[in-house]
Design a protein around this ligand. Structure first.
Ligand code: IDC
Length: 335
């Protein structure tokens, strides 16, 4: 009886196995993390375990206090195996209903998303999404508590990157540098080889949105190793002046683009694919990594999925995507 039941079960299973692997099947061993391992900063680039420069491409979640339903098994499978992303940016707002309202809940959500990225062989970029207030020092003690636990829990993984300040604003570069020099030792005390990112002044514009330039950073870098500076752009808003600052800075300091959109800085409006392509061509030529804003079905044009997609379970292919999503998926997949 047991034998025949077992045989029946095996037969059923066999008939269910499709002849070709589905698009969502996990490649067993060949993943971005298996290929590259623990990363480190090498000069102005990010290098892999073999000391070769590596460019990571992927997506940022929307705020996980709002769009957790877009970060689940089916969507992460699509990101890893259909989009072929190297990296997931986990955007945890501090204010606006985020971390400060329930530190336990949000820290646990981030732990969970890190495990999900890890299972799929993607890098996990932990984004401390401070925005308002813009001075990261305002959230300093919260940041210490949060990153101490994240770094301690995941220190034995080789795929974690720590972004300690999303978009500093209304604060001088000196103020951000001081914050970074307090945060880096907190993280390194737990995870000695973890790469740390820090946002630049003027909403991660290298100072340009504050009427400053990248010279503030170049002439007064954070006193820390294994650290990169972040730059954000929204292609329909941020054109030549921003591009030129990025271009100049990228030969002098290590840069990662942790957020960009093909539309305006509102994350909405018409797409400027011409300027977006100009930026990506430059980033690709310099092997500067990037994550695009954002992996959700918000109504805005920069949310890659059509509204309502996240309530379902189909995230694969282009039929679920808005124009920005079709454009960016293509540029993550094809390299
Ligand atoms: C926007 C979201 C929007 C949300 C708003 C509030 O798209 O739904 O209401 O934040 O914080 C950034 C920020 C990022 C912004 C994004 C688009 O880091 O939080 O998201 N943006 O405006 N910097 C430049 C643009």
């Amino acid at each position: 009886m047991i034998r025949s039941l077992l045989a029946g079960a095996l037969l059923t299973a066999a008939t269910l196995i499709p002849t070709t692997a589905p698009a969502t099947a996990a490649p067993a061993a060949d993943t971005p993390v298996s290929r590259n391992g623990q990363l480190h900063v090498c000069g102005v680039k990010l290098c892999n375990q073999n000391n070769q420069p590596v460019q990571l491409r992927g997506m940022s979640t929307h705020g996980i206090q709002w769009y957790a339903n877009c970060v689940k098994t089916a969507s992460l499978d699509a990101l890893a195996y259909d989009w072929k992303a190297d990296i997931l940016r986990i955007s945890m707002y501090v204010q606006e209903g985020g971390y400060e309202t329930n530190p336990r809940k949000f820290t646990d959500m981030v732990h969970g998303y890190i495990e999900e990225a890890t299972k799929r062989g993607m890098y996990a970029l932990v984004d401390w999404h401070q925005l308002d207030p813009g001075d990261p020092n305002a959230n300093l003690s919260k940041a210490k508590t949060f990153f101490t636990e994240i770094a301690d829990r995941h220190k034995n993984k080789n795929n974690i990157i720590y972004d300690i300040a999303n978009e500093p604003n209304g604060v001088s570069w000196a103020g951000i540098k001081s914050y970074a020099e307090q945060m880096v030792p907190v993280i390194r005390a737990k995870d000695a080889d973890g790469v740390v990112f820090v946002g630049t002044h003027g909403w991660a514009s290298l100072g340009v949105s504050d009427g400053r330039t990248e010279a503030d950073v170049v002439n007064n870098p954070v006193n820390a190793t294994n650290l990169m500076y972040t730059f954000h752009f929204y292609a329909a808003s941020h054109k030549q002046e921003y591009f030129d600052a990025l271009s100049r800075a990228s030969s002098k300091i290590p840069i990662f683009v942790t957020e960009f959109g093909t539309q305006t800085y509102t994350g909405d409006g018409g797409n400027d694919f011409t300027w977006s392509q100009k930026y990506l061509d430059f980033l690709n030529s310099r092997q500067i990594g990037w994550t695009n804003w954002n992996f959700s079905d918000d109504f805005r044009s920069g949310a890659v999925f059509k509204q309502g997609t996240c309530a379902g379970s189909n995230f694969t292919g282009t039929s679920v995507l808005k124009p920005a999503g079709v454009w960016i998926r293509e540029r993550i997949r094809n390299r």
